[in-house]
Design a binder for this molecule. Structure first.
Ligand code: AHM
Ligand code: MG
Length: 336
């Protein structure tokens, strides 16, 4: 069957012509897309390749690494290395910043990534994904200096994620809307399936790990209690709850049909500053969500305004349908 949909390359070249997106960025994104396709294949064949299970190592966050966490990281790194404009890599799975250049040139790229998000889902055959974010070196950048990569999320020039589910999809923004591509198996190419994804302002669906109820701060507890009170409660409507334990999958649902996602700071994770990592989880998703018309907040501040202090720092994450995020922020103000 003939497929009449633009390929990722055609789309990116159009972005180059229309918005002046750099050719090097086009090539870099194609390399990232290739890494995602390969990771997808490795996951699908995991049982045969014996790539499922733990690697016997821990990452900088002290989490046991799955074999596929390590392999996905290698895939990302080796494909990104094709691009001579990449100066540094920040990966969830690597403690230190990986410098690919000895001298820093303003405008060269820093790539931040979580090579396998939601990897606790792997052994039970549920969807997982990869997340990435790209920024550029500032004028005063110093190669080898960790401070150089600590830029706030508003400096992102591109972010995206890939989901390895029933279909392998790639969702990205270059600052001009959010677009979705699906890997077309017959041609092996990512082809566009959705342009300018938008998140409805209102919703009646939330995603939160409800088993942490006892640990939540009052604003979150109050908001969720209002939601589950149903038609006769303060919201006057019924809510649905979904939690996949894979952030990218929950976010994809929100980009597709609205909703709000919360992984807030709570009593159990307060010492670390939250659960999700700012630079390669919260920032890229916040950029996508804002580009799709939604909001992304810690509860008290815009995620993209957080000035990072370390590459693996964590953040409180509340994002999705704009009016719902505003309402949660209002709960935080009331508890002040
Ligand atoms: P990971 O990057 O180590 O997989 O951790 C991030 C994941 C998110 O995808 C997801 O929202 C969250 O951790 C799930 O946490 P929980 O185990 O509390 O359900
Ligand atoms: Mg993750």
């Amino acid at each position: 069957m003939a497929i009449n949909r633009a390929t990722l390359r055609q789309f990116l070249l159009q972005e180059y012509r229309t918005h002046g997106v750099e050719k090097d960025l086009v090539f870099l994104l194609e390399d990232i897309a290739t890494a995602c396709r390969e990771i997808s294949t490795l996951i699908r064949n995991g049982s045969f390749l014996e790539t499922l299970g733990t690697a016997g190592s821990t990452n900088v966050q002290g989490e046991a690494q799955k074999k596929l966490d390590v392999i996905a990281n290698e895939q990302f790194e080796s494909h990104i290395r094709n691009c001579s404009r990449v100066a540094a890599l920040v990966s969830e799975e690597v403690d230190e910043v990986t410098w690919l250049k000895d001298t820093a040139k303003a405008g060269d790229y820093i790539v931040y990534f979580d090579p396998l998000d939601g990897s606790s889902n792997l052994n039970v055959n549920l969807s997982v994904g990869s997340i990435f974010s790209i920024m550029q070196l500032p004028e005063d950048a110093v190669a080898g200096d960790v401070n150089t990569v600590l830029r706030d999320g508003s400096f992102q020039i591109c972010s995206g994620y890939s989901i390895f589910g029933p279909a392998t999809t790639l969702v990205l923004t270059l600052g001009h809307g959010v677009h979705e591509f699906t890997n077309h198996l017959a041609t092996g190419e990512f082809r566009i399936v959705s342009r300018n994804m938008t998140i409805p302002e209102d919703c009646n669906e939330f995603a939160i790990n409800a088993s942490r109820f006892a640990d939540w701060d009052a604003p979150v507890r109050n908001y969720i209690e209002d939601c589950i009170a149903g038609q006769n409660g303060p919201r006057g409507k019924s809510f649905n709850m979904r939690w996949t334990a894979s952030m990218v999958v929950d976010i994809h649902r929100i980009l597709t049909r609205g909703g709000v996602f919360l992984y807030p700071v709570d009593a159990r994770n307060r010492a670390e500053g939250g659960k999700l990592r700012l630079m390669y989880e919260a920032n890229p998703i916040a950029f996508l969500v804002e580009q799709a018309g939604g909001s992304a907040s810690t509860g008290t501040a815009r995620i993209l305004d957080i000035q990072p202090e370390s590459p693996h720092q964590r953040a409180s994450v509340i994002l999705g349908s704009r009016n719902e995020v505003l309402r949660i922020e209002e709960h935080y103000r009331q508890e002040d």
